[in-house]
Design a protein around this ligand. Structure first.
Ligand SMILES: Nc1ncnc2c1ncn2[C@@H]1O[C@H](COP(=O)(O)OP(=O)(O)OP(=O)(O)O)[C@@H](O)[C@H]1O
Length: 225
């Protein structure tokens, strides 16, 4: 089975830290599977996601993403790899306030070599926004005019727009109550299941865990599994 993520003895330490922030002995996630990442604040969840996305370089151990040895890629090559293969949803959704909702979703085209034609891109963005239950009258608004739940769904549409192989989401439900978090999860799962996207999802909400194939539990301090 082809692996989306393959990590072995992956360790990361920030400068001046006494113990490693992150230690993952083994991790093998097949393409199309869903990984739940759990752990208390400061246990290294965001650090792990940054390594997986190629934002942070590998320090020690091995990490292959979609078969690519991340330690062998330069910073620029990792940026290009991320633009082609990875969608990322941050804790803060980071919608750009001076762009409309529709433009925010299509922003990925700015960073990619393989851009969608304008019309095709607009259609894809509209189709994703509708699937994520954003009302059509909101498409031309600024992101900051939407509710938090809506902004978060726009952020998912933006991350899925370029059909990433892997979607990485860092606690996107932290601002929602339990019922809204569960509803959001179902919308997200429908999209990733339809597209066969591999999902890496950080959350403190253990009740969401049932939707996932595998779990990584990080511990503080030191982030041991
Ligand atoms: N750029 C950095 N330089 C130095 N230390 C850092 C840096 N980023 C994170 N850390 C430290 O590494 C540890 C893990 O941080 P990280 O953000 O990965 O944790 P987290 O599990 O995502 O936390 P949270 O749930 O609060 O977002 C923390 O102790 C944090 O202070």
């Amino acid at each position: 089975m082809q692996l989306a993520i393959e990590a072995s003895q992956l360790t990361f330490s920030y400068p001046n830290a006494n113990t490693p922030t992150l230690q993952i002995e083994q991790l093998a996630l097949p393409i199309g599977h869903k990984l739940f990442v759990e752990g208390p604040s400061g246990s290294g969840k965001s650090t792990l996601l940054s390594l997986l996305a190629g934002i942070t370089p590998v320090q020690s151990g091995s990490l292959k993403i979609l078969g690519e040895d991340m330690a062998k890629l330069s910073g620029r090559a990792r940026d290009a790899f991320r633009a082609e293969h990875i969608g990322y949803v941050f804790q803060q959704f980071n919608l750009l306030p001076y762009l409309s909702v529709l433009e925010n979703v299509q922003i990925a085209d700015t960073f990619r070599h393989k851009k969608l034609a304008a019309r095709q891109g607009k259609e894809r963005a509209m189709q994703l926004l509708s699937a994520l239950q954003i009302p059509q009258e909101a498409f031309s608004k600024s992101g900051i005019e939407l509710s938090v739940g809506q902004q978060q769904r726009v952020a998912i549409a933006r991350a899925l727009y370029a059909k990433p192989d892997i979607l990485i989401a860092d606690e996107p439900t932290s601002a929602l109550d339990h019922a809204n978090a569960a509803a959001f999860m179902q919308l997200l799962l429908k999209q990733v299941n339809e597209q066969g996207t591999t999902l890496v999802y950080v959350s403190h909400d253990e009740s969401l865990r049932l939707n996932f194939d595998q779990m990584v539990r990080l511990r503080s301090p030191g982030g041991a599994q």
